[in-house]
Design a protein. Structure first.
Length: 244
């Protein structure tokens, strides 16, 4: 597992395979690999990279790029309250945030400064002392903290990939044509069992914004909108991807 690289995974698939689809743009394997390589210098000074953003290819590439650079990824679900966001960022000692919600990060007054943009996300940085993490930590996932402050779970790269590989093996007999990320990417269930498992097998991942799939925050959920997206993705999977 020490030799694992997402660049090798991407290179093992058809270079023109459209692996990430936002609904507006399809990212092919070679384009994703080029973006991950370009991302490495920008991540060099970071230790813990938090991502607070809607579902989309940028989220996935930030995740893969952080892992490729040997940094720790701290996914932040958009449904977290300000108190939960503050706790996760402070407890995890995040020094970098990639976000499409810079006003939420700024309102926390944790010292983050806007330093640039990348793939539609704001790049925010601060200087903060590092915290001690278990050896091999690649991702810190926080619970919602419904019974108190969110609790961080530290996962190793090996553990994450073992889980994704097991999902791939369990579904190997199924004629899967694509994966629709219907849950927030900030959840391990989606970013590991969903996205990682699909990419390891070369299965395209559809990443529409959460709002288009019926997620309405505290206002509830509209299943009819999710059904419409599922039907649309199914049509695209049975036609466009087959011809790419």
């Amino acid at each position: 597992m020490a030799e694992f690289s997402w660049l090798d995974v991407l290179a093992s698939h058809d270079k023109d395979a459209p692996l990430l689809d936002s609904g507006q743009r399809r990212w092919r394997a070679t384009e994703i690999a080029d973006e991950l390589r370009a991302l490495q210098p920008r991540l060099a000074a970071s230790k813990v990279v938090a991502v607070l953003a809607d579902n989309g290819p940028a989220w996935v590439m930030a995740d893969l790029g952080t892992q490729l650079a040997g940094k720790v990824h701290l996914p932040l679900p958009a449904f977290f309250t300000p108190a939960q966001l503050r706790h996760a960022l402070e407890h995890g000692a995040a020094d970098t945030v990639l976000t499409d919600m810079p006003e939420r990060i700024g309102a926390l007054d944790l010292g983050f400064c806007h330093t640039g943009r990348w793939q539609g996300l704001y790049w925010m940085r601060r200087i903060v002392p590092a915290v001690s993490l278990p050896e091999g930590t690649a991702k810190i996932s926080y619970t919602s903290g419904s019974t108190g402050a969110p609790k961080g779970v530290c996962s190793s790269r090996e553990g994450l990939l073992d889980t994704a590989g097991a999902v791939g093996e369990a579904t190997a007999a199924l004629a899967l044509q694509c994966h629709l990320a219907a849950l927030p990417l900030g959840l391990l269930l989606e970013n590991v069992a969903g996205v990682y498992a699909a990419l390891l097998r070369g299965i395209p991942v559809h990443l529409p914004p959460l709002g288009t799939m019926g997620w309405q925050g505290g206002a509830g959920f509209d299943p009819a909108r999710l059904d419409a997206v599922v039907q649309n993705v199914a049509r695209r999977a049975s036609s466009s991807f087959r011809n790419c």
